[in-house]
Design a protein around this ligand. Structure first.
Ligand code: FES
Length: 177
């Protein structure tokens, strides 16, 4: 299968992605076309690259013998998957109504300002992606921010600053104070 990716004329960098992705795709010998199997493979690819590179999806399509359109249909159905490169850390700010009226826009603006990006973007060093989401189902705790699946409720500006500080320390291998 790697050979066919090569045959497809992928660049060296693309081929690197394909080579690594093939390990992930073939990691589980229980081949099958069930959606759960496909979701598991997509999850593994996303964990490795923090998003779903097109070349990895092409390779997955070849290996599983599934139409690429079917792969993309699943990849775009689940919010957890991203077709755009994401940073090593993902910050999501809830902008649902309950969080919005409690100050979520100010939290988001603070994070945007500190990170130097807008919501939906990734820092240039690929360290952090900032996204907004709709209701996370925990409105009573709003406004809510989620960092790498860890929820923080009743967010305010001070908490937003602390969150970034802790994230920076964690990323640099130091335990948060
Ligand atoms: S509106 Fe933010 S958790 Fe519901």
């Amino acid at each position: 299968m790697i050979a066919s990716a090569k045959d497809a004329g992928l660049s060296l960098r693309d081929q690197d992605v394909a080579d690594e992705s093939s390990d992930v795709i073939l990691a589980d010998p229980r081949a099958g076309s069930e959606e759960s199997y496909l979701v598991a493979r997509l999850t593994e690819i996303q964990e490795r690259y923090h998003y779903l590179p097109h070349n990895a999806l092409v390779l997955l399509s070849e290996i599983l013998n599934l139409p690429l359109s079917q792969i993309y249909a699943v990849a775009t159905f689940y919010n957890a998957f991203s077709l755009k490169p994401r940073g090593a850390h993902l910050i999501r700010v809830c902008m649902g109504t309950a969080c919005h009226v409690r100050g979520a826009p100010q939290i988001c603006q603070r994070l945007e300002s500190k990170l130097g990006i807008h919501a939906g973007e990734t820092t240039r060093d690929r360290r952090v992606t900032l996204e907004t989401v709709n209701c996370l189902g925990a409105c009573a705790l709003g406004p809510i921010a989620v960092v790498d699946n860890e929820y923080t409720g009743q967010m305010d500006i001070a908490k937003a600053d602390r969150l970034l500080k802790n994230l920076s320390r964690a990323h640099n291998g130091k335990e948060p104070a």
